[in-house]
Design a protein around this ligand. Structure first.
Ligand SMILES: [Zn+2]
Length: 73
């Protein structure tokens, strides 16, 4: 029979707890990335060449990757 003292069981509990937190954090981060890539706010339509592109960095003005013109929301 395995005899566990208080600190050993506490250490095992903390390791399991941290693994769970880390797993949940990675899972939520992945779900968040998916949400951002599908968000319509980040899909831009160029007024000059009608090219559709995704830009998550600029909220108001972005540069078209195809023709280089500035687009405003
Ligand atoms: Zn363009």
């Amino acid at each position: 029979m395995i005899n566990l003292d208080f600190y050993s069981s506490l250490a095992i509990f903390i390791i399991i707890f941290l693994t769970l937190i880390l797993g949940l954090w990675i899972f939520s981060a992945k779900a968040r990335d998916k949400k951002i890539s599908l968000d319509e706010r980040f899909i831009w339509h160029c007024a000059v060449c009608t090219y559709a592109y995704v830009n998550t960095r600029e909220p108001a003005i972005s540069v078209c990757p195809r023709c280089g013109s500035y687009n405003k929301k």
